[in-house]
Design a protein around this ligand. Structure first.
Ligand SMILES: [Ca+2]
Ligand SMILES: [Ca+2]
Ligand SMILES: [Ca+2]
Ligand SMILES: [Ca+2]
Length: 212
């Protein structure tokens, strides 16, 4: 009986997404993993000064409180490319939002958003006004269902709404509401072991074959 209960509990624990949480007022089924993990590139435009030019401030969960600056500003004609490494952005198959950009500060600002699988060819998602900025990518031309997107590019567009040192849109965080496993998952240790022993087997076989 105890075993049965334990089995049921185990099945439930596996079946229910463990980290589905409301973050910054938006539900992210993948929890903290949903958010961008690394900076691919950042070009600060004019009107960005010290304290507002650290692109790492846009990684992870939103943490802007108003008291301290935890966002990066784009500046005039600036852009920011973020990368998902432990997850990826994908489609939901319906008209619900798939991507959310946490833009912050007193000025609610415009930006252009694009997504990519390789950081070479980009799909223009369109111009978005921050706060809130939930985006449904399914109806966008060029987006194919189930594709795993690894990169999000946020670029400044006119009008110029705020001045030095925090010019233009200020990015606190970028999260994939429709979050999928990463594009190139790191192999599990057991898989590595299997691959390793497989290679060892091939080498041993070739050595043996050479001898004969
Ligand atoms: Ca992530
Ligand atoms: Ca702003
Ligand atoms: Ca969608
Ligand atoms: Ca932040």
């Amino acid at each position: 009986m105890k075993k049965t209960i334990l089995t049921i509990l185990f099945i439930l624990a596996v079946a229910i997404p463990a980290h589905a949480v409301l973050i910054g007022g938006v539900e992210f089924p993948d929890g903290v993993d949903s958010f961008a993990d690394s900076v691919y590139s950042y070009f600060p435009g004019d009107n960005v000064g010290p304290g507002y030019d650290d692109p790492n401030a846009a990684l992870g969960t939103p943490d802007y409180s108003g008291a301290n600056n935890t966002a990066v500003s784009l500046g005039i004609n600036g852009y920011l490319i973020l990368q998902f490494t432990d997850n990826s952005l994908t489609t939901s198959g319906d008209n619900t939002a798939d991507l959310h950009i946490f833009e912050i500060g007193g000025a609610i600002e415009w930006m252009n958003v694009a997504i990519s699988t390789d950081a070479l060819s980009w799909i223009d998602i369109g111009n978005v006004l921050g706060q809130p900025s939930s985006i449904d990518i399914d109806p966008i031309a060029g987006v194919t269902p189930g594709t795993l997107y690894k990169y999000v590019r946020i670029s400044d567009i006119s009008p110029n709404q705020s001045g030095y040192p925090y010019g233009e849109a200020d990015i606190d965080a970028v999260g994939a509401i429709s979050s999928a496993p990463p594009v190139n998952p790191v192999p599990e240790p057991s898989t590595m072991l299997l691959l390793g022993s497989g290679l060892f087997g091939v080498v041993a076989f070739r050595k043996k074959f050479k001898k004969n």
